[in-house]
Ligand binder design. Structure first.
Ligand code: HEM
Length: 274
């Protein structure tokens, strides 16, 4: 469902509609089919999430609340119930929960899974990279425990591979719509306050000056001469917008790219570590 969502919303026709006038264009032949398919699929995701939330609520009413929440929906519902008893739910409503789940699923799950997909594909097609990551992980982590966030500073090559994967896969080439909050000048052109803009992350991630041979997979570009991870300001796969907690999270709509389907042979090297 999420894959289809990404494919449909990433379709150039849908993007064109969204950037121009969906309300008008959806009535034109050629656009109408893809528009309705995109809406239908998006509604399917929402219905699925709605159903999951309803199931959680049903379980609460039969079994009562657990002592401790084991997932986000449970935690949200428990807080909502507590606030209902106190007579002030605030933002803890079912609609809010549904929107949050939609955000986490569409904006969070799909992006992360697809980036991982690209990463596996790049590593498969660059066996030397694969060997280097393995050697680094074997040296730093070993095979007796799981890798943890604390290992991150000690895994520069692995980090460089993650960065290069995000740069090259260019997951959100189209980015999301924004609006200028004041008049600005770019290269002598005036862009008026209130203009709709779509910042192009790709132009930065594929800029020859910062990333020579931008189309090739070269994790080393993120390492300095001593092998340490380099900070590269132009590495902006998450865009550069300052975060503003008052802004709504509702507009994420996944204009993301996906790799073509591929087969990958995964073999266990060590026993499962719990
Ligand atoms: C590889 C992973 C990811 C990439 C490349 C990515 C990239 C982006 C980009 C480029 C934007 C647009 C920023 C802008 O408007 O300037 C965005 C927005 C957003 N992302 Fe991600 N993201 C990723 C993972 C996640 C995760 C894990 C979550 C949530 C857990 C998430 C939640 C969101 C939300 C809610 C927005 C919309 C923010 C808003 O409209 O104000 N993203 N992301």
């Amino acid at each position: 469902m999420l894959n289809d969502n990404t494919k449909l919303l990433g379709n150039p026709l849908v993007q064109f509609m969204m950037l121009t006038s969906p309300k008008l264009l959806k009535n034109f032949p050629y656009f109408d089919k893809i528009f309705h398919a995109a809406i239908k699929n998006s509604n399917n995701v929402t219905e699925f999430l709605d159903h999951q939330i309803a199931e959680h609520r049903k379980r609460f009413s039969v079994e009562g609340e657990p002592e401790e929440a084991t997932n986000y929906v449970q935690a949200f519902l428990m807080e909502m119930n507590k606030r209902e008893k106190n007579g002030d739910v605030g933002n803890f409503t079912i609609k809010q929960l549904l929107d949050m789940c939609n955000d986490l699923w569409n904006a969070g799950q799909e992006t992360t899974a697809t980036t991982t997909n690209f990463g596996i594909l790049y590593i498969m097609t660059h066996p030397v990279t694969q060997q280097k990551i393995q050697a680094e992980i074997d040296r730093v982590v070993g095979s007796e425990r799981k890798v943890s966030l604390n290992d991150r500073p000690n895994l520069p090559y692995t980090n460089a591979v993650c960065n290069e994967t995000q740069r090259l896969c260019n997951l959100l080439p189209q980015n999301l719509l924004h609006r200028t909050t004041k008049d600005i000048f770019i290269n002598g052109y005036k862009i008026k306050k209130g203009t709709s803009i779509v910042p192009q992350i790709s132009c930065v991630l594929f800029d020859q000056k910062t990333f020579p041979n931008p189309e090739t997979f070269e994790p080393e570009r993120f390492l300095d001469e001593t092998g340490k991870l380099k900070r590269v300001d132009e590495f902006i796969p998450f865009s550069i917008r300052p975060s503003d907690p008052n802004q709504t999270l509702e507009k994420i709509n996944g204009l993301a790219v996906q790799p073509p389907p591929f087969k990958c042979n995964v073999e266990r090297r060590i026993p499962i570590i719990h």
